[in-house]
Design a protein around this ligand. Structure first.
Ligand SMILES: NC(=O)c1ccc[n+]([C@@H]2O[C@H](COP(=O)([O-])OP(=O)(O)OC[C@H]3O[C@@H](n4cnc5c(N)ncnc54)[C@H](OP(=O)(O)O)[C@@H]3O)[C@@H](O)[C@H]2O)c1
Length: 166
C-alpha cells in the first residue's frame, strides 16, 4: 500500500463525527482542506462520502470510495470494494493520497498513514460516535508544524501537522 496522508478536523479528544455528520464546520478549515487536497487523490468510506455536499465526489480531485455495495451510485467517484482493490487502484495514480474519513477507514488503514494534517479545536463535544487515534499520545508521531490558533467567533482552532517517525 502506498503512503497515506490523514486530513481531519478533531475536537480536543480527537472525536470527529456524530450521526453521519462532522462535529463542527468552519469556513477557514474548509478552505484549508480544499487548498491541501486540490488536484490530489481522496480515499474515503461510503459514510464519509454521504457527509459531503450533494453526497458526490469533490470537484478537482480523484475520489475513491470504499463500499461493499457493488451497485452504489454517486457522481465523480471511483468505487472499490475492498482494501485490496483500493491498493490496486492507488497504483494507477501518481498524486498525493489523502485518507479523508471516516473513523472506520482510519482503523483499517492507520498502519499506512505517515503524515497528518489536523485541524484541532480547543473544545470537547459531549455527543459523538466517531473518533481517530490521538496522535499526541503516540510515541511514533511528532508535530512538525503548528500554526497560531485562530478564533472563528466561537472556538479556538489550530492547524497542526504530524509526521510518523518510525
Ligand atoms: N471531522 C472530520 O474531519 C471528518 C472527516 C470524515 C468523516 N467524518 C465523520 O465520520 C463519520 C463517518 O465515519 P465512519 O467511520 O462511520 O464511516 P466511514 O469510514 O466513512 O465509512 C464506512 C463505510 O465504508 C465502507 N467500508 C469500510 N471498510 C470497507 C472495506 N474494507 N471494504 C469495502 N468497504 C468498506 C462500508 O460501506 P458500505 O456500508 O456501503 O459497505 C462502511 O459502512 C461521519 O460522522 C462523518 O461526518 C469526520
Amino acid at each position: 500500500m502506498k503512503d497515506l496522508n490523514l486530513i481531519f478536523f478533531v475536537d480536543k479528544n480527537w472525536n470527529i463525527g456524530v450521526k453521519g455528520d462532522m462535529l463542527y464546520k468552519t469556513q477557514k478549515d474548509l478552505d484549508h482542506f480544499k487548498e491541501i487536497t486540490y488536484g490530489q487523490v481522496l480515499v474515503m468510506g461510503r459514510k464519509t462520502l454521504e457527509a459531503l455536499p450533494g453526497k458526490n465526489g469533490l470537484e478537482g480531485r480523484t475520489n475513491i470510495v470504499l463500499t461493499r455495495n457493488k451497485d452504489y451510485k454517486a457522481e465523480n467517484i471511483i468505487l472499490v470494494e475492498s482494501i485490496d482493490a483500493l491498493e490496486k487502484e492507488l497504483e494507477k495514480h501518481n498524486e498525493e493520497i489523502f485518507l479523508i474519513g471516516g473513523g472506520n477507514l482510519v482503523n483499517q488503514l492507520f498502519s499506512h498513514c505517515t503524515y497528518a494534517y489536523i485541524t484541532k479545536m480547543h473544545y470537547s463535544f459531549d455527543i459523538f460516535d466517531t473518533s481517530i487515534p490521538n496522535l499526541d499520545e503516540l510515541e511514533n508521531w511528532e508535530i512538525v508544524k503548528e500554526e497560531e490558533a485562530f478564533n472563528d467567533g466561537r472556538f479556538q482552532i489550530k492547524f497542526i501537522e504530524y509526521k510518523k517517525i518510525k
